[in-house]
Design a protein around this ligand. Structure first.
Ligand code: NAP
Length: 338
């Protein structure tokens, strides 16, 4: 199966390492033989319909800073025309998420669908603004679209929630969807740290960006909540539908046996707000962990906990989605392994 990889940073590189490490296993267990036909970064692209050598791609990125410098196959173009022209079966979208502008990723997803390519995306930006339209477009073009790495990183929150819904009904979702804010709140409450020093520590550990606004203002969690609402509950929600309060100005006073958490919630309405939860709640996870509790009509509460981010972890979500497409999409299996 021919793959075009958009974005070659922490997640993109981890994905290439993961696939190469499992190449023999993928062939033996699933009959899948991956062929990398293109990689695009911010400065250029390397494209070969015959296939690129992953070691050479990693080497040229390391030495020259862009895959566009690859001899014979490198180029400086990065526009969506590349996606239309490339003879890939599947496109992996792993370019940076922008909360304010879903482009150019949105145009690229549309170009992939229009030209009959399956897509796995870990970039949540375009999904937050246009998920219902994207799902319609991929149905129309009879291709598959998976995005399990956009919520929970490698922790399979979306597929798990879908599985929980079979034969039951989700009546409420409560979740901790942002590891940075969970780390900051845990440090403040458990170690008495100030907001500023907990944030500085989160940045030192690589949990928080140098501009932490999307995390601490609750936008990142709200974006993931939009994806959960659309995908799991079929609610055509958008970011504007969510009441959002972040933790930037939070003051913590100890209050009984409770812990302060940034909770993303779908109940009567959609909200991301700092809330106190009982200390013995399964949602009371420490450090940068993520957690999600579904309240099911018949089975009651079920909770999934795991790391919400990390390059290698998120790369496993991409491979999981890819295998899901390979194993379940009849058109793809009929075309065979290229
Ligand atoms: N890292 C995580 O833990 C994690 C978890 C879940 C989801 N995600 C999502 O995964 C995506 C990638 O994250 P990351 O951590 O790998 O980011 P990253 O390390 O910053 O890498 C981003 C890659 O995208 C490339 N890029 C930037 N603008 C581009 C453009 N216009 N066209 C083509 N390529 C472009 C960059 O090129 P250069 O190399 O030239 O700069 C870089 O290779 C993001 O959407 C993120 O939200 C990440």
């Amino acid at each position: 199966m021919r793959v075009l990889l958009l974005g070659f940073g922490a997640v993109g590189k981890a994905f290439l390492h993961l696939v190469e490490g499992q190449r023999e296993d993928l062939r033996r267990r699933y009959g899948l033989t991956p062929r990398l036909v293109g990689v695009v970064d911010s400065k250029g692209a390397a494209i070969s319909n015959q296939g690129l050598e992953p070691d050479k791609i990693l080497e040229v990125k390391e030495k020259e800073g862009t895959v566009g410098a690859l001899p014979h196959h490198g180029q400086t173009r990065t526009d969506e025309g590349l996606i239309e022209e490339c003879r890939a079966d599947i496109v992996i979208e792993a370019t940076p998420t922008s909360m304010t502008n879903p482009e150019p990723a949105l145009r690229r997803l549309q170009a992939a669908f229009r030209t009959g390519k399956h897509v796995v995306s870990v970039n949540k930006g375009p999904l937050a603004v246009a998920l219902p339209a994207l799902l319609e477009l991929c149905d129309y073009n009879q291709v598959a679209f998976r995005f399990s790495g956009t919520v929970g990183g490698g922790t399979p929150m979306l597929p798990w929630a879908m599985e929980c819904m079979r034969g039951d009904e989700v009546v409420r979702i409560q979740a901790i969807l942002n590891g940075t804010t969970n780390y900051i709140l845990s440090e403040m409450e458990e170690k008495g740290a100030s907001y500023a020093s907990a944030l500085a520590e989160a940045q030192k550990l690589g949990y928080a960006e140098s501009d932490p606004a999307a995390d601490v203002d609750g936008i990142d969690a709200a974006t993931k909540l939009v994806i959960l609402a659309n995908h799991v509950l079929g609610k055509p929600a958008r970011l504007d539908d969510i009441h959002i309060e972040g933790i930037r100005d939070i003051q913590l006073e100890p209050e009984g046996n409770t812990r302060m958490k940034l909770i993303a919630e779908i109940g009567k309405d959609l909200r991301v707000t700092p809330q106190r939860i009982p200390a013995d709640s399964p949602l009371n996870v420490g450090g940068s962990l993520n957690a999600i509790t579904l309240t099911l009509k018949t089975s009651g509460e079920v909770t999934l906990v795991g790391r919400g981010a990390g390059g290698p972890e998120t790369a496993t979500a991409i491979l999981r989605d890819w295998l899901d497409i390979w194993l379940t999409h009849p058109n793809q299996r009929e075309r065979g392994s290229h």
